[in-house]
Design a protein around this ligand. Sequence first.
Ligand code: SF4
Ligand code: SF4
Length: 406
Amino acid sequence: MGASSPWKAQHIAGAPNDTAPARTDAADATVLDVEGLVTLLEVLARRGYRVLGPRVRDGAIVHGELSSVADLPRGWHDAQSPGSYRIEHTDDEAFFAWAVGPSSPKREVFPARSVAWRGRVSEGEVAFEDGDAASEQRPTALVGARPCEAAALGVLDRVLGDRGAGDPHFLKRREGAFLVVVECATPSGTCFCDSMGTGPAAGNGFDLALTELAGDGGGHRFLARAGSEIGAEVLSCLPGRPADEADRAARTALLERARTSMGRVLDTAGLPALLARNVEHPRFDEVAERCLACGNCTLVCPTCFCSTVEDASDVAGVLERRRSWSSCFDLAHSYLHGGPVRASTMSRYRQWMTHKLSTWWDQFETSGCVGCGRCITWCPVGIDITEEAAAIRRSDGARRGRRGGR
Ligand code: SF4
Ligand code: SF4
């Protein structure tokens, strides 16, 4: 896709200020060594954040509490392909030489399960309390998020934040959060953030952006850039030196290598319209023969936002409204007055894919996909959204001809 694509021009961006033009250069970067990274975690903890970051758990790199840099997945790499994920350890000194794991920052601002409100019954009266978000005292600092994940948070801002539903639970978690993005050096076989304009360089939507450099003769170090006032404040507490030409050249080379080693490509030129005119495409029937309607793709996706609620009560008189993630692949998800609107697997896959790449634009003025590749990796049968879109594009011309150019 060319850089002039309108898709890319409307770069998907996140908080703190996604209306600011994306800046991907490192003109005023600071260079930190590994001690600087140690200090960063200490400074965040001292400022009262619950510091989360990547950790190895159950054979995957997932978010967890970080007490020091020793908790980071140093030397770990991931290998991903459709329906396949594995990690392996090497003697590589890098902390962030992997792509993305199954969990995303969505989980921190929009938990898989939470209590929206509680009520306590006493002497015939009900006293209502706020839910989980209100009782969370410490904001989250997430270290090691990827540029595509910062972009995904920007998408969620449009859906659940001030410009969307204004969900107070989301807003509380989101507004207090501090995001340390690490630019991607080693995209996986299922990544396509370059196609979506969301990576591998970090443009905006972060408080701090790091680029991990090693093996170029300049030592193991990090180029650090601030993306917000609070990010600049934190950066000023860290020991570092101004980046020089060699540091910037090493970063440029790293990002170029990342771009060219991206495992997937998605041609986004005119894609929303392409899908809109192909809703009856036979490819949707073909993919439905493989799709298990398991919903994995929606659970791992950093932008899928559907949820459901249930009310529960116990004998002690405690009432809870519980919210949990839902999926458009659930049959009950589209239940309306006597039956599901999307009864077939075909219609549920089509809904998911066309929403991500087409109708999300109409609803939220952005793509619903940031190119993280998770839905491809974690689909048990390896269905690939880039391949499905490409297949529809390939036969679009012939089908348009038969429809008389419509
Ligand atoms: S649709 Fe797939 S590739 Fe796109 S953001 Fe969601 S999980 Fe990532
Ligand atoms: S596309 Fe794959 S992950 Fe998604 S519902 Fe179908 S089988 Fe499950």
